[in-house]
Design a protein around this ligand. Sequence first.
Ligand code: HEM
Length: 213
Amino acid sequence: MHLPRALAGVASALSLSSRQFEPDSVAYSDAATGLKFASYSSDGHVQFRVAVPSTVTAGTEFDAVLQVVAPVSMGWAGFAWGGSMTYNPLAIVWANGTNNVVLSSRIAYGYYTPPVYTSANYTILKTGTHVNATHFQVTALCKGCSKWGDEETGITEIDPTQQVTFGFAYSSNQVDHPADIESSFGIHDSTGHPIFELAVAKNDNFAATVAKL
Ligand code: HEM
């Protein structure tokens, strides 16, 4: 029996909308922090990792841990919680000397240096944050990275029960004032929109684990 053409169209649209894509992230267990992450390795050898609580359901605001590992030669690396450059929380990280890192919370309203964003708050976790001879690494808890926006721009929420598209950018050029969290910096060398599978990034006792780091 042949389905009428219109019905066949609906059936194929339905199967498309429920299809899961091959994620760009892989499961990663971090021995230092004990956290399970979904981890994406970008073209410039930068790792972007996200860990979430196991208890989160769709429609609930939640805290998340971001871990970024970058070659020391990298000027800065940026993570976009909403999957694009503009109108979503951005985390920009860089090394400040040989023993210190900076994580700057920003938001872009256009394609120019993103200003500081105060609605997302990051706590850098000592365990999992360092600079060594080859890499700098930042591990931070974010409050305010799973939901953002207002009535004018629209409210967006991350649904960790579904695949999530995040965004990244990096530049091999240093920021202008590495010691200043509000430093300006120039445009990226590369950007992308990786699909994350957060099902592998769920952590039992998330808050208690993070509190010890
Ligand atoms: C001085 C700083 C920056 C400048 C001047 C800048 C400028 C631009 C420009 C001109 C584009 C191209 C738009 C197009 O596709 O035609 C772009 C795209 C993009 N930028 Fe930036 N950018 C900056 C910082 C950042 C940061 C910190 C992030 C953080 C993740 C970021 C993420 C992206 C992404 C993901 C795209 C791809 C298009 C999109 O998803 O919106 N950018 N940027």
